[in-house]
Design a protein around this ligand. Structure first.
Ligand SMILES: Nc1ncnc2c1ncn2[C@@H]1O[C@H](COP(=O)(O)OP(=O)(O)OP(=O)(O)O)[C@@H](O)[C@H]1O
Ligand SMILES: [Mg+2]
Length: 359
């Protein structure tokens, strides 16, 4: 085995049942699953699903990257969505890459129903923008952010990492177990982070795996439940419990933490979906009343899919001529539905109220 004081408890899955079939876990799992089910149902009532997915995925890309201290503002990000990728600041680009990796993963799961090793490697490569792949040079350790003290040494030997990862994927792709998928999610996330197969991007890749797992197990239809915002708010617990579980095998606290993350996030997402739905209705109604000549439902839906819009989006999506598209957007600004800013020679129109709802 590798270096120092490694991963004493890091063994192949499955975990023995007595480690996680406790009353507290079963209770919390059922509460969390209930809320998640409710959220799934409510999401299905929104008329335009792309709208929801676009907005929520971008927010998640921002939050998940923030855990790694890659900080962008909502404005920078959305603005980036309207411009060329190569001109972007590094942090913004990383967030945009992360967003693309989520969609890539989602497509793979929809198409194949499982995640292969090569897909996993591809997702991580998209996130970190290098092809270093699985760690082969020893030396990666996890340190406490503040003190610099080594808190965990993941396996160092490439063969050992590969074997653990193969075992991980085997369990990840197994959707027929009699354990709650939410409990499995917690165990799998812990296992993945403990294997820590890459030099970098393990946290972000692991958080994408979470959403894919929920979709594979029919807990969600769309990639819209993200734990990163919860993790940011409870970052110390997240790290402490990952570590404590490694060191002392106290699974209960970790699993409950993750189940609570699902519960709270589902609750917030339900609220968010309902706010988006209300705002959409309100905007449709208001535009019909105040600018009946340019009112088009597709245009309003577009402004909810792309809270930062421009003339090109409207011509491509709705098939209006440039002039007409410009006129529509301008009018929407006049009646106060949109704001506009100049970026270079281009005018970008902003659905500010939606951005507020998404925050
Ligand atoms: N003690 C620990 N045991 C296992 N995994 C840990 C531990 N502490 C932290 N981690 C995981 O390692 C991740 C950080 O690893 P890495 O820097 O490779 O990922 P990242 O995606 O670049 O960063 P981040 O997750 O901070 O955004 C954390 O997010 C967490 O998931
Ligand atoms: Mg990192």
């Amino acid at each position: 085995m590798g270096h120092g004081a490694p991963h004493p408890e890091l063994t192949n899955l499955p975990l023995p049942k007595e480690k996680f079939e406790t009353i507290a876990i079963l209770k919390q799992a059922s509460i969390s699953a209930g809320l998640l089910g409710e959220m799934k149902g409510i999401a299905q009532t929104l008329p335009n699903q792309a709208m929801l997915v676009n907005a929520i995925v971008l927010q998640e890309a921002k939050d998940s990257s923030e855990i790694e201290n890659i900080i962008t503002t909502q404005d920078e990000l959305y603005q980036a969505m309207t411009s060329e990728k190569k001109n972007l600041p590094a942090s913004t680009k990383e967030v945009i890459n992360y967003r693309e990796a989520i969609f890539k993963g989602f497509n793979i799961i929809q198409k194949n129903g499982i995640l292969k090793l090569k897909d996993l490697l591809h997702l991580q490569e998209m996130i970190v923008e290098n092809d270093a792949g699985i760690r082969s040079i020893p030396g990666t350790v996890l340190r406490n952010d503040k003190t610099g003290e080594v808190v965990y040494t993941p396996p160092q030997d490439k063969k050992e990492i590969q074997d653990l990862l193969a075992n991980f994927l085997d369990h990840f792709n197994r959707t027929d177990t009699d354990t709650s998928p939410l409990v499995n999610l917690a165990i799998l996330h812990h296992q993945f982070e403990s294997i820590h197969p890459f030099y970098d991007g393990n946290g972000r890749t692991g958080r994408i795996l979470n959403i894919l797992y929920l979709i594979m197990n029919q807990q969600l239809d769309l990639p819209i439940l993200y734990l990163s915002s919860f993790i940011i708010d409870h970052k110390e617990d997240y790290h402490r419990l990952l570590n404590k579980t490694n060191a002392h095998t106290t699974w209960e606290d970790w699993i409950i933490f993750m189940l609570k993350a699902v519960e709270e996030t589902a609750r917030n997402t339900i609220q968010k979906i309902s706010n988006i739905g209300d705002l959409l209705e309100e905007t449709i109604h208001f535009t019909r009343e105040n600018a009946p000549k340019i009112y088009r439902k597709e245009l309003i839906e577009l402004l909810f899919e792309q809270p930062y819009s421009k003339i090109d989006f409207v011509t491509q999506r709705i098939g209006l001529e440039r002039k007409a598209a410009a006129r529509h957007l301008k009018k929407m600004k006049e009646i106060g539905v949109l704001e506009s800013i100049k970026v270079g020679r281009e005018t970008i129109y902003i659905n500010r109220k939606l951005l507020e709802v998404l925050k």
